[in-house]
Design a protein around this ligand. Structure first.
Ligand code: PLP
Length: 405
């Protein structure tokens, strides 16, 4: 059980929208920020603020120490072998773009990249751009009607030409948790040269991370979806692989020596961190990870699962309501379609009743096109949501649908 008192750590949850308490069910887009992270932001600017790594002075040493401790914390949070495997980025999008750039020279015309149909645009477009650079071919892996992966079709697509398999651990549009280990094992057995990137934007902070067991080569996620701040994120990569891949952006910090005759590059992880990073953001990300680990990922997962079971049952009982995807494989979000009701109208009415949900294509236009819709209404939960909030959201949805029909 998650103690409902954790809500007291989130000042924003006390906000009212008119007379209604604010019910925040848009956590898959951005989660709210606890007091320990807010305090760490103030502490950084009051006590530690300076540029890192290159300064000889006291504050620079403090900031550098806090920054590198944060990297150690992230490494232990994701279960990395070493903090050299942790690259700070500005989010999932930047992490995926980084990988797509640095593997360019490993691809030749006719090589293949596979992504699932439910991939986020940030896990489609960088691969399309890579295909333009390299002549490789991007192929989407189909889903079944229940939004789970079509394993048979997937296995039939595998060949020695495969160089990259990229997919979300949990889809942000359907909430479906993919069979990660099986997918990666099949890809690697068909093509030993295949690299696997897991988009962890919706799994981090919601389920236990088992990177070694899953067998992925890269794992990407964002700080603002795990109780921290926007503009932060992480790319985890296997050290031996990152060490042999070329650098990405050039600039300060990623170099050992710069001469006009040539430049030598820094060791990991600095090789991939050109320029002044979001120092405060990455330091406080470690505090958000403390918050998650103090609650316990098993407890968070069980709490969110109970909320989702309650939410799905309540929504399913409403007339004309269709939940996307098989609920037995669900993460902490659900997307719905309602007969005769536009997703945006439902979202607007819910907003007027103090319930924040997300409407639209969720940056998954190919999936929406496959479904023949322009968008869905998405409800997503976090550790601080309560059963009472879910009851209120279901009742508000029922009222909104009565008004719209
Ligand atoms: N991948 C998934 C599955 C997402 O849900 C999101 C954001 O919603 C992203 C990638 C992009 O994350 P960011 O905008 O933080 O880079």
């Amino acid at each position: 059980m998650i103690d409902p008192l954790i809500r007291e750590q989130f000042p924003i949850l006390e906000l009212k929208q008119g007379k209604s308490p604010l019910i925040y069910l848009d956590n898959a887009a951005t989660s709210q920020t606890p007091r320990c992270v807010l305090d760490a932001i103030s502490y950084y600017y009051e006590q530690q603020n300076a540029n890192i790594h290159r300064g000889a002075h006291y504050l620079s040493r403090l900031a550098t120490e806090a920054y590198e401790q944060a990297r150690e914390r992230v490494a232990s949070f994701v279960g990395a072998d070493s903090s050299r495997e942790i690259i700070f980025t500005s989010g999932t999008t930047a992490s995926i773009n980084l990988v797509a750039e640095v593997i360019t020279s490993r691809l030749s015309p006719g090589d293949e990249i596979l992504v699932t149909y439910d991939a986020h645009h940030s896990n489609i477009v960088p691969w399309q751009m890579l295909c333009e650079r390299s002549g490789a071919i991007l192929r989407p892996i189909p889903l079944r009607e229940d939004m789970t992966l079509d394993m048979e079709a997937y296995c039939a697509m595998l060949s020695p030409k495969l160089r990259m398999l990229a997919f979300p651990a949990i889809s942000n549009a359907t909430g479906i948790l993919h069979p990660i280990k099986e997918m990666i094992a099949s890809a690697k057995s068909a093509s030993p040269d295949c690299l696997c990137l897991l988009d962890g934007a919706q799994s981090t902070g919601h389920v236990e991370l088992k990177l070694a067991d899953w067998g992925c080569d890269f794992y990407a996620f964002s700080g603002h979806k795990i109780y921290s701040t926007t503009g932060t994120g992480v790319l985890w990569g296997r050290e031996s692989l990152l060490a042999e891949l070329p650098p990405w952006q050039g600039g300060g910090e990623m170099i050992k020596e710069v001469r006009f005759s040539g430049t030598t590059y820094n060791d990991l992880p600095y090789k991939y961190e050109a320029g002044t990073p979001d120092i405060e953001g990455n330091i406080v990300l470690a505090r958000a990870m403390d918050f998650i680990d103090t609650l316990g990922i098993d407890k968070i997962a069980a709490h969110e699962h109970a909320l989702m079971t309650q939410l799905c049952a309540g929504l399913e009982s409403l007339p004309g309501m269709h939940l996307l995807g098989d609920s037995s494989q669900r993460g902490s979000l659900v997307s719905v379609l309602v007969d005769g009701v536009h997703h945006y109208d439902l979202g607007m009415l819910l907003d007027q009743m103090g319930v924040a949900v997300r409407t639209g294509h969720h940056c998954c236009q190919p999936l929406m096109q496959m479904l023949g819709v322009t968008g869905t209404t998405r409800y997503s939960v976090a550790a601080y949501n309560t059963k009472a909030e879910i009851d209120a959201a279901i009742a508000a949805t029922a009222r909104a649908l009565d008004m719209l029909r």
